[in-house]
Ligand binder design. Sequence first.
Ligand code: NAD
Length: 480
Amino acid sequence: MQRIENYIDGKLVAPISEQYLDNVEPATGKVYSLIPDSNAADVELAVAAAKKAFPAWSTCGNMERSKVLLRISALIEQNLDAFALAESIDNGKPVKLAATVDIPRAVDNFHFFATAIEHFASESHFMEKTAVNYTLRRPIGVVGCISPWNLPLYLFSWKIAPALAAGNCVIAKPSEITPMTAYLLSKICIEAGLPAGVLNIVHGLGGSAGQAIVEHKEIKAISFTGGTATGKKLAATAAPMFKKLSLELGGKNANIIFDDCDLDNALKTTLHSSFANQGQICLCGSRIFVQKGIYEKFKTAFVEKVKSLKIGDPSTEVNIGAVVSKAHQEKVLGYIQLAKEEGGTVLCGGDIFHPTDERCKDGYFIYPTVIENLAHDCRTNQEEIFGPVVSITPFDTADEALMMANSTEYGLACSIWTNDLNKAHRCAEQMETGIVWVNCWLLRDLRTPFGGVKSSGVGREGGWEALRFFTEAKNVCIKY
Ligand code: NAD
């Protein structure tokens, strides 16, 4: 059976404990590889390697760092099919999605920050006849990057690339549920000539390997993407140590669809924003609010489209693959049960999908599910389900839609559908989210700030925001 190894000090190494965890393929329910069960001792080795590498990496110049990161980007691109297949096997997502979204985005992340760093500049502040101040931005040192399972390489590289570009050395931990493409990335880094110790990838559980990263006093900043409960725990550990923290957490995003929208477009995109990656994208819209004038028409057409989605073996041409694990399948099914108890009517789906083919008969599948008749403030509409389950609710006025959309503790993203520009502006301003899409969804420009408000997180990623996070600003004041 294939063994994944840690990447420490430029080498692929076994965990010190020599203990491994099972890695399961969600589409088959079978163990197909082993993951290092790393602990604080492995993190210690990684930090020592990173500290040793930091002086040279942080001072070799933006161009030099840029060249290595561009090589990493190019090598991922050259191996795109192998990466996409690995991501699909590890996560359960359709291989086509991995090949068209996840892996190209990882290629772009390295490319984007490799070039961004060459244009990164800081401010100066001139005091009339007195002094000039300039802001000196320097890399922080050794930083930690911790990522989740839903978009494994996509989100892993979204953190690592800016951290490295800015001159930091990194201790990174991918999710223990989807470690494979991070392992493939470590091989690419060796091939690309990334100096030893600049990036160290430690695999293992959140409570041991992850916690050891957050607790380590030499790791000065943590960039974390994951669940809100984990983010809370992380912040409690890191805050008394005064670490710099970026937290990208859960969401319960709303789609607000007005009578005057382009209906075909709204339908097509809402289908995608509801069920892409089996609904396991932090940005997926899980609450669909539709204005009364088009409610019945939208609902009927939407349910029809959902029923036509092809579900099954993610290595084949399907729209919906497997959810990531047995535990997650049970969690999502639990929410469907809760929705029924809360008075919801299941319009389609609502159950396990049983593939007929031998390969996937023990995989973790759920039919895409649409639920109606739920109060906006019931648990199903307030808590993050993170699966192929959406609710649909009618509304009268924009104020009512905004009230319901803003009623959760989360504030990550939303989609507004209208052809009235004034209404779009007003709603965008009043939505309590970090991201608003108007007449689109998941349209991403990597220069824009990315992140949430309320329990969806603290801080922003993307563009200059990421490079600012991964550098410390020092003001230098020079008197005339
Ligand atoms: P999770 O919080 O369980 O795990 C995320 C990562 O944190 C994993 O690598 C895990 O091993 C690690 N971890 C767990 N406990 C830890 C600890 N005590 N110390 C350090 N690290 C620890 O999240 P998940 O289930 O992997 O991912 C799903 C969640 O991520 C959802 O809530 C989703 O909304 C969120 N998410 C948010 C964004 C965003 O940009 N806001 C993007 C993707 C996913």
